[in-house]
Design a protein around this ligand. Sequence first.
Ligand SMILES: Cc1cc2nc3c(=O)[nH]c(=O)nc-3n(C[C@H](O)[C@H](O)[C@H](O)COP(=O)(O)OP(=O)(O)OC[C@H]3O[C@@H](n4cnc5c(N)ncnc54)[C@H](O)[C@@H]3O)c2cc1C
Length: 395
Amino acid sequence: MNFDPTEDQRRWRDLARDFAQNEIRPRAAELDREQKFPYDIVADMADLGLLGLTLPEEYGGSGGNFVAYNLALEEISRADTSVGITMEAHISLGCAPILAYGTPEQKERYLPRCATGENLWAFGLTEEGAGTDAGGTKTTARLEDGHWVIDGSKKWITNSGTDITGGVTVIARTGTRENGKPELTAIIVPQETPGYTRGPGYEKLGWRAADQHPLYFEDCRVPEENLLGERGRGFSQFLATLDAGRVAVAALSVGLAQACFDEALARAKEREQFGRAISGFQAIQFKLSDMAMEIELARNMVLKAAWLRDTGRSFGREASMAKVFASEAAKRAADEAVQIWGGEGFMETSAVARYWRQVKINEIGEGTSEINRQIIARSFLTETPQEAKQHLITP
Ligand SMILES: Cc1cc2nc3c(=O)[nH]c(=O)nc-3n(C[C@H](O)[C@H](O)[C@H](O)COP(=O)(O)OP(=O)(O)OC[C@H]3O[C@@H](n4cnc5c(N)ncnc54)[C@H](O)[C@@H]3O)c2cc1C
């Protein structure tokens, strides 16, 4: 077994680390405080090839593999998870489904602009009544005169309302199956389509420099050829999309956990009480040891799941395992980092206070811990991960 990254993987990790530590980390507190979307950082990341990291070179992408992407994403998120989720949602949720299911024309039209950072792309699944249970999708799309006519709304959609957003891939109900379950279909909606509007952004606990909006569709018409993949395949498409997304959210969690450890270690070495650095106390050492162990384990789980995907093997269960463990390890790391910082950690002047606010979403977005535990359990009890997920949809 070889734990060494390849030269290419190492290059992406180091490039992301350099950029993140020099250009993102010093501005993370300000971006969070001002809730500003960092257009200049995103443009620089695009220039470095990070926004098209997993896209093939024929579409202007960097041609990196999934392990390389997760290594880079960890580094970006170590500096700021707002920027991390912008990159993750663009690559894993925005670009990946178009690459996987798009026609040659769709790929030609949308992917080069996504690879160069001219556009960000969004993925709209969640609605008021459809969170964990996508079967509750109420947004409809019907075919009329060679157009899909979309009506309904979505909520919390990442990257949907920036000045450079190119559009959203929306999951809509296009009918009802014989078994009574909804027929869900993915449809591409360019940003300036009449009848498609966005509401204002949200006041959030974390990811405050990232972009999320509610989306509204009212008699919104797009050409029939904007169908992504086959009609009625939307459910299996977003399950596959979310599998890969979960690995990436786990990588994002590892980056944040590492940032917590970095801050905790620095403070433990510097802060003196009882005439010595608090790192000399065993109670603090054990906290740091536990954080380091869990980060090591979470990172290995991310890389194993990513490697399985790169080698074309099934990785759904490992993706769920990595997501649950890494997000919860990051939460414990954030908590202990604040504890090691003491009262200073309760102050918004500390980075760990920000990390403590930011960490919670990782247990919720792209599949909650509860639902991922269900996927894991079903995979060894009675069903394959794919079958288990099929049962998560209600008629
Ligand atoms: C900042 C942010 C960004 C987001 N970005 C996007 C995006 O870009 N695109 C997109 O489509 N969505 C996005 N989401 C939505 C996100 O994926 C959902 O929040 C998530 O899937 C959970 O849905 P929910 O919040 O409605 O929770 P709910 O489904 O209402 O769940 C509430 C609680 O009930 C539990 N629960 C639900 N069903 C079960 C069950 N069967 N068994 C046990 N427990 C259960 C859940 O685990 C959770 O603890 C975003 C959300 C946020 C907050």
